[in-house]
Design a binder for this molecule. Structure first.
Ligand SMILES: Cc1cc2nc3c(=O)[nH]c(=O)nc-3n(C[C@H](O)[C@H](O)[C@H](O)COP(=O)(O)O)c2cc1C
Length: 203
């Protein structure tokens, strides 16, 4: 049996995941001593820039707010709920904007604009992991107020915010924990995400 075939016959384990995927997790406590450099910020944006999108429509834009800069305070004052407790100490808050409509109409700019923004943000989180940073995406902010604060036009939507930084001690997932046991990271079983499910009758 070839090495490839042997690999395919074994049960997949978390160690089979690429280390960048395996080690990604979303902290809820960030070290407020850490500062993100401009080069790190640019690398995150560069990662988003190279994400795939339907018809290469690239329906995304980002507002960058580094802790200590004026823009950071303008984001923090519109955080809501739990994010107000943990997001302000992150080194960087990035607003993830989706090009939803054709300007002045109710027509979709692209059927896939949310899908594509999600991929761009996923690229950023993996790039962050490669640079030794962690990321937590969140929706806990006052969207209308954020849109008004940064004069985001109606045909664009501030979909989510990503907090980037270094986890504060106490916010860390145990080094040795498998992905399925990490903080807040219980996952559905492999069988459960395949359709039809094992045992279902197929027609
Ligand atoms: C679109 C989106 C919205 C999210 N909103 C919040 C939020 O409002 N507050 C929060 O604490 N976490 C939020 N999260 C983080 C998820 O809860 C987290 O990714 C999930 O529990 C899995 O944990 P892991 O990223 O550590 O694997 C959000 C994540 C995504 C992708």
């Amino acid at each position: 049996m070839s090495e490839d075939a042997a690999w395919k016959d074994e049960e997949v384990e978390v160690d089979d995941l690429h280390p960048l995927l395996r080690s990604r997790w979303s902290p809820m406590a960030f070290d407020q001593r850490h500062r993100a450099t401009k080069r790190q910020v640019d690398a995150l944006l560069e990662a988003a820039r190279w994400a795939p999108s339907a018809g290469n429509s690239q329906p995304w834009a980002f507002i960058v707010a580094r802790r200590g800069e004026d823009s950071h305070g303008r984001v923090v004052k519109h955080l809501a709920g739990s994010s107000l407790r943990w997001a302000p100490t992150a080194s960087l808050l990035v607003l993830n904007l989706c090009h939803r409509n054709v300007e002045g109409t109710d027509m979709d700019y692209s059927e896939f604009s949310h899908y594509d923004l999600g991929q761009a943000v996923a690229h950023m989180t993996i790039q962050a992991t490669a640079m030794g940073l962690h990321a937590r995406q969140f929706r806990a902010f006052r969207r209308a107020a954020v849109q008004a604060e940064f004069a985001v036009p109606d045909h664009w939507e501030v979909s989510t915010i990503t907090a980037f930084g270094i986890p504060a001690s106490g916010g860390a997932a145990p080094e040795t924990a498998p992905a399925s046991a990490r903080l807040g990271a219980v996952r559905r079983a492999l069988d459960d995400l395949q359709w039809p499910k094992a045992g279902d009758v197929t027609r």
